[in-house]
Design a protein around this ligand. Structure first.
Ligand SMILES: C[S@@+](CC[C@H](N)C(=O)[O-])C[C@H]1O[C@@H](n2cnc3c(N)ncnc32)[C@H](O)[C@@H]1O
Length: 349
């Protein structure tokens, strides 16, 4: 028994438990507008924050103490609290490229789904995405949306051969497993001459996606269909996109085959997947541990609940993803670009 090693590990697990507890506080701060009320970078007391937000003063003091203890906000010499601009970008500014507070609802879904996950673990492994707590769907939208807003138009599409020109001139585009449609709406806003077709097997997500399109005023060029990744309508697409959904599918090879049939001969597939290397040990890093943990509760059980149940997991890596597309008949598959959170691939016939 190595006492120092034990103490190191206890330090690690207490830090992680603190993080898990803190995320519940971040979720409160996001939902109640506490970070937004502090985004002006001015020191506040619990009393002042209570006046600004209408929330309970004593509970706010405890919340502020927790945030300060975690280093998410700063304690001034005078005993007030400040949200520095860097933290405000991550916690308060929904449209900033690094906004991440919305993702806490994804973590909440992992805890709220506990009983169903216990049953899945003891049973056949399957838990459909659609059976998870509803906070997952909005949480996923808000977790991924900043990445799309920041990278999709500026970096990912230009990294594909000749795709931007087609989108500007007027192309036909499918967004498979589109969820609430954050990516589809952004594409439709950016390329008004093109036509966009989002689809997802989760009916409630498709209803929300339709609302999002209407709110954004792009309903004339963006439509949504409640459909499986292996059976959505349409042919002759110039571009078929899979945004962070391929590894969730029970039959990703079947979905890639459907894309192969639905794509024009000179069309492209844009595949965006969580950043991962090819081996487990290479994924021992903060992003890998976040995605493996989420994948255990969300992505892999969904895949296992469907036909084939290939269960790629969120850390599949390039070699495994290439095999999916090769098995589906695609001759070309290359990494077009990447971010710390995403791998971005282009597949062609
Ligand atoms: C991680 S979410 C990503 C959603 C969306 N693309 C985004 O980036 O916000 C995965 C999505 O895949 C959808 N999905 C799961 N299995 C599916 C299937 N067999 N066919 C179509 N969509 C599926 C889920 O409903 C969910 O919306």
């Amino acid at each position: 028994m190595d006492e120092a090693k034990l103490m190191d590990f206890m330090g690690k697990i207490v830090t992680d438990m603190g993080g898990a507890a803190l995320m519940a506080n971040v979720m409160l701060g996001d939902e109640l507008g506490l970070y937004r009320a502090m985004a002006d970078n001015q020191p506040v007391s619990a009393e002042r924050l209570a006046e600004k937000t209408g929330c309970h003063k004593r509970l706010l003091r405890e919340w502020l103490n927790a945030q300060a203890a975690a280093g998410y906000i700063e304690l001034t010499e005078g005993g007030e609290f400040v949200l520095p601009p860097e933290q405000a970008m991550a916690l308060a500014v929904e449209d900033s490229p690094v906004f991440i507070a919305g993702g806490t609802s994804v973590l909440a879904a992992m805890y709220l789904g506990k009983d169903k996950l216990v049953a899945a673990m003891r049973g056949n492994g399957g838990l459909p995405w659609s059976d998870q707590h509803p906070c997952l769907f909005r949480g996923t939208e808000r977790f991924f949306r900043p990445g799309y807003r920041n990278h999709l138009v500026a970096e990912w599409l230009p990294a594909l051969e000749g795709v931007v020109g087609k989108l500007e001139a007027g192309a036909k585009v499918a967004d498979v497993g589109c969820g609430h449609g954050a990516s589809s709406v952004l594409l439709a806003e950016t390329y008004p001459k093109s036509r966009f077709y989002g689809s997802d097997y989760h009916a409630a997500s498709i209803n929300t996606a339709k609302q999002r399109a209407a709110e954004a005023g792009v309903g004339d060029r963006l439509s949504f269909e409640h459909a499986n990744a292996k059976s959505y309508a349409g042919r002759d697409f110039d571009l078929i996109c899979f945004f962070d959904c391929l590894h969730d599918l029970g039959d990703p090879v079947g979905a890639a085959k459907h894309a192969h049939q639905a794509l024009k001969n000179d069309g492209a597939v844009l595949l965006v997947e969580p950043y991962a290397k090819d081996t487990l040990r290479e994924n021992f890093n903060p992003v890998g541990r976040l995605y493996y943990a989420a994948s255990t509760c969300l992505c892999t059980p969904n895949s296992l609940s469907q036909e084939v149940g290939l269960a790629l997991g969120a850390q599949a890596g390039e070699a495994r993803l290439r095999r999916v597309f090769n098995d589906a008949g695609f001759k070309h598959f290359r990494r077009a670009t990447e971010t710390p959170f995403n791998l971005v691939f282009e597949a062609r016939k």
